[in-house]
Structures are given as structure tokens and as C-alpha cells.
Ligand binder design. Structure first.
Ligand code: BGC
Length: 397
């Protein structure tokens, strides 16, 4: 019903009373709506590695505190592929499939009676994680089992073209940011990694990073790696990105677009001659590979911090030489830190930094979206990565 009114408004036909419009919707507009909206979602099924389209229906009208949105853009991410690869998605209770999609730009269609601050036509990005029982201040710090994650853990995601949400989980984005706003969620993950590192370092080394900005190493050339580059560059920090690509390839060239430098794994110097002069103060590890973490760790300067932003969903038991790492971390007073998801402050910072990037490096940040595809062509992208691809976005408009 609400959707019918929405499309009539968009078509400029709602110049009549809303009751009359509702009648019109019921009797005349319904067939048009069905063809206007792609009413299928992309799901992961228990027992299968294949993504599938499933038919979905229009959600109910929003309750008091809810907002009804339509998906405009949806990012495909490594987590989606990991969920599929596991053949064991964390499905909502009693179901056998999980609707994927957690990086979303939506448009508000209708709001519940007590919602303030949102109106039809607003652009929004939803947060991923939600508390199961009581609201907590930092849900991103909660133990597994205390939360759901839309499109990832026990709650359906945003490849459903229409979805309801509580208004407290939505962030409004300015219309001029729409082309980039789908990048908010992955960027918020990188912002959290940096915010946590800053909080720890300013607690134990007051002023250190203020007096001399940290020299940053980012490992991994996927969307989170580039998000980490963006988050660090927005703070004006010097960044080196480490990856497996040859220097004359697209992604390596992209690094320079952000005024950062690129070093290939083959050329990386793990043990610099003068560690304090040539080492890194902050390593943002975005590959989830133990081999990479161990290769770059010796290049961390005294009192440095390495943050792990990536991991594999099913780690294998492997023999690795970890004693050297332990020795170095101990004698150099270093910190190894894991971070996941993002706090609300990190979402806000991500939106602020995307606005900054749009003003300063709009071409570079736009080029991070390496494929824009229609939802009906999405399945291949959930199963495969393009060799030099960074971010694939499904365009629902
Ligand atoms: C998402 C995070 C989420 C994490 C673990 C990532 O892909 O960006 O929001 O917390 O996966 O499920």
C-alpha cells in the first residue's frame, strides 16, 4: 500500500487526497508497481554454496518507530562470499535461508507515527549490528550471541528491495553523497580500527601521534584495505599499501590516486635496517592472512600497534613461527588488536570523511566502485571476484 502511494508521488500523480489515492492504488496502480520493483532478494541457503534469487513480498506499513525504505544501492563484500562459501549461513530462527546484503544506501518511503528526523525522500544508510535484548552503548563490542547483524547473522539483509527498520539504526546522508554513500559501512569498519588504535595510543603515549603522525601500513587491496587508506589519508597520515599486485596494475595505480605509496609483497622489507626510522607505527591488516601478518609484523616500530580488520571464517590449524612475533611484541611494547563492526561515532566519521573525499579526491574514491550491475545480474559477483576489482555495487534504481 505505502509503496503504491510512493510510486504515485514519484510519478507526480498524487495531487489528490490520500484516501482517494489509496483507493486508486488498490484498483489501478498495483500491476504497475509489481513491474516497477524487482521483488526478489538474493539469499544464501543452508547446505548450498550458491546464491539464489528468492521471491519476496512488500513489507507491512511501518509501525510507530519504524521506517520503510527501498534499496537504491547495495555493496557486495567478502563477508557475503564467505557466508556463501560456508554453506552454513546464520539464518533467522526457524528459517533455512538468509537474505544477503549489509552495505546499503536506501531511500525512505514512509515513516511510523512517532518517527522524527526522517521523512519520505531522505537518503539513509543502515548500521549492520543490532542488540538482541537491551540497548547497549557499544553494540560493536558485544559478545557473539548478544546481537544480530542484518544480512550476516540471524537477520535478513538489504538485498530485499524494500525493508523495514527502526529509525535508531539509520543514518541520514546528504543527497550530494549518494554516489558514494554505499561505501559508508565498509569505511566505518576502517574508522573503528583507527579510532580504537588512537584511543589506546593516546592512553599510554599521550601526545605521541599528535606530535608525530603515525606512519601507516595497510595490507590487502580489497575494499576494506582501500577503506583503511581513505580513513588514514583523511587524517592526513602517510600511508603505504602492501599487496600482491604488480606495480603496473590498476589497483596499485589506485593507491597513488590517494597520495599513498604502494609496495608489493615481493619487494617488502620485513626487517628494515633502522626500524625506528623506517618502520611503521600503525599496521592495518586487512587480508586476514596469517602469512601476511607475520611477514609485516617485524616492520612495526617500537610501541607500534597492529590492528586486525580481516579474518577467515573457518581458520585452519597450521604451524607458524609465532615465537619471534611474541618476542618482538614484548620487547618493543607493541600491541596486537582485533576490531570488528563499528560504533555509531565511526559511522558518523565515515560519512564526514566521504564528504571530505568527495570534495578533495572525488575521482579516486569513485573509481573504487569497479563494477555497477543490475540486481538481476548480481549472482556472478557473489561467487566470483574480478581480478582487479575493488567494490561491486548493485544498482536498484
Ligand atoms: C561487516 C561488519 C560485521 C562483520 C562481521 C563485515 O563484513 O562490515 O559490519 O560486523 O562483517 O560479521
Amino acid at each position: 500500500m505505502v509503496l503504491g502511494l510512493y510510486w504515485m508521488q514519484r510519478a507526480g500523480t498524487l495531487a489528490v487526497s490520500s484516501r482517494y489515492a489509496q483507493k486508486m492504488y488498490k484498483w489501478a496502480i498495483l500491476p504497475q508497481i509489481v513491474t516497477l520493483v524487482f521483488m526478489q532478494a538474493i539469499a544464501a541457503q543452508t547446505g548450498s554454496k550458491k546464491p539464489t534469487f528468492i521471491d519476496v513480498s512488500e513489507p507491512a506499513s511501518p509501525r510507530e518507530t519504524q521506517v520503510l525504505c527501498r534499496t537504491i544501492q547495495l555493496g557486495v563484500c567478502g563477508t557475503d562470499r564467505d557466508i556463501l562459501d560456508s554453506a552454513d549461513p546464520w539464518v533467522p530462527e526457524g528459517e533455512s535461508q538468509l537474505i544477503l546484503g549489509h552495505e546499503c544506501l536506501g531511500e525512505v518511503i514512509a515513516v511510523g507515527g512517532s518517527v522524527t528526523g526522517f521523512a519520505p525522500g531522505d537518503f539513509v544508510v543502515p548500521v549492520v549490528r543490532r542488540s538482541i535484548e537491551k540497548q547497549v552503548e557499544r553494540i560493536d563490542m558485544a559478545p557473539f550471541g548478544a546481537y544480530t547483524e542484518r544480512g550476516i547473522a540471524f537477520e535478513h539483509g538489504f538485498s530485499h528491495p524494500l525493508w523495514l527498520d527502526e529509525s535508531c539504526y539509520l543514518f541520514k546522508v546528504p543527497p550530494h553523497l549518494c554516489a558514494l554513500a554505499v561505501f559508508t559501512e565498509p569505511l566505518s569498519v576502517a574508522e573503528k580500527a583507527i579510532s580504537e588504535a588512537v584511543a589506546i595510543q593516546s592512553g599510554r603515549l599521550p601526545k605521541r601521534w599528535l606530535e608525530r603522525p603515525p606512519r601507516v601500513l595497510v595490507t590487502g587491496m580489497g575494499p576494506i584495505g582501500f577503506a583503511a587508506v581513505v580513513a588514514a589519508r583523511c587524517r592526513g597520515w602517510e600511508v603505504t599499501m602492501y599487496g600482491r599486485d604488480k606495480p603496473d596494475t590498476f589497483r596499485a595505480a589506485m593507491v597513488e590516486q590517494f597520495s599513498a605509496s604502494y609496495v608489493s609483497s615481493a619487494k617488502f622489507i620485513s626487517e628494515p635496517a633502522d626500524l625506528e626510522e623506517e618502520g611503521f607505527d600503525l599496521i592495518l591488516e586487512c587480508t586476514g592472512s596469517d602469512d601476511v601478518a607475520l611477514q609485516v609484523a617485524p616492520a612495526m616500530a617500537t610501541c607500534g600497534i597492529m590492528v586486525w580488520l580481516g579474518s577467515v571464517r573457518s581458520p585452519r590449524a597450521k604451524l607458524q613461527p609465532v615465537e619471534t612475533l611474541m618476542r618482538n611484541v614484548l620487547v618493543r611494547n607493541q600491541i596486537l588488536l582485533g576490531t570488528v563492526n563499528a560504533a555509531l561515532r565511526d559511522f558518523e566519521l565515515a560519512i564526514e570523511h566521504l564528504c571530505q573525499m568527495q570534495a578533495e579526491e572525488s575521482e579516486a574514491v569513485n573509481a573504487l566502485i569497479t563494477a555497477r550491475v543490475a540486481p538481476r545480474d548480481a549472482l556472478w559477483h557473489y561467487e566470483n571476484r574480478e581480478p582487479q576489482g575493488i567494490k561491486t555495487v548493485l544498482m536498484y534504481d
